[in-house]
Design a protein around this ligand. Structure first.
Ligand code: HEC
Length: 176
């Protein structure tokens, strides 16, 4: 009887062991993959500024350079616009049609800013094949022509081709 008991016990132990082993979950064949890193999100493109010139900083607290006049007040003369048209014809028409300097695209670029912004761009970058080759006053004359093209009022004083004079005038939208 004792032999049988031992044998039975051994059998129970074996059975238990087998059962326990059978219950351990099978190891996964392959280790879980590490999550693939998320693709870096490309930052949205910022709109490029349309004006190539750097906005002038109000570097002095005294507002001496602030615009005091508006192109709506008559800041050029008819004779000056005529002179500008002559210079434009000989120097600018190789690349530009006059229509290029009127209409919403052109005005959208420049209105709401000091007239100096446009003066500075034309003066320092145009004509593109020979920048700065004209006298400052000739650039001012061309600006007078641009103002007339856009139907800004004529005045009794000429537009002066100096940075001070240009900074004192704001290129406002045309008053209705
Ligand atoms: C050799 C070719 C060339 C000549 C000559 C030239 N330009 Fe330009 N101009 C360009 C190019 C190119 C651009 C940039 C593209 C554009 O705006 O049409 C430009 C842009 C401009 C702009 C900016 C327009 C805007 O809407 O912001 C002004 C203003 C301008 N030119 C004025 C002049 C004036 C005034 C003259 C004559 C003194 C002149 N250009 C002569 C090639 C020329």
């Amino acid at each position: 009887m004792k032999h049988i008991t031992i044998a039975a016990a051994a059998w129970v132990v074996t059975l238990l062991t087998v059962t326990t082993l059978a219950q351990t979950p099978p190891r996964p064949a392959t280790p879980p993959r590490p999550a693939t890193p998320a693709k870096p999100v490309t930052p949205p493109k910022l709109p490029t500024p349309t004006t190539p010139s750097i906005p002038s900083k109000p570097d002095s607290p005294s507002k001496s350079a602030a615009a005091t006049k508006s192109v709506n007040q008559g800041v050029y003369t008819a004779a000056q616009a005529d002179r500008g048209a002559t210079v434009f014809k000989s120097t600018c028409t190789a690349c530009h049609d006059t229509a290029r300097f009127t209409g919403p695209d052109f005005l959208g670029n420049w209105t709401g800013k000091p007239l100096h912004d446009l003066f500075d761009l034309v003066h320092t970058t145009m004509p593109e094949d020979n920048p700065g080759s004209l006298q400052p006053q000739q650039y001012a004359d061309i600006l007078a022509m641009f103002l007339r093209l856009n139907e800004y009022p004529v005045g009794s004083d000429e537009l002066k081709g100096t940075p001070e004079a240009m900074k004192a005038i704001n290129f406002d939208k045309r008053a209705k």
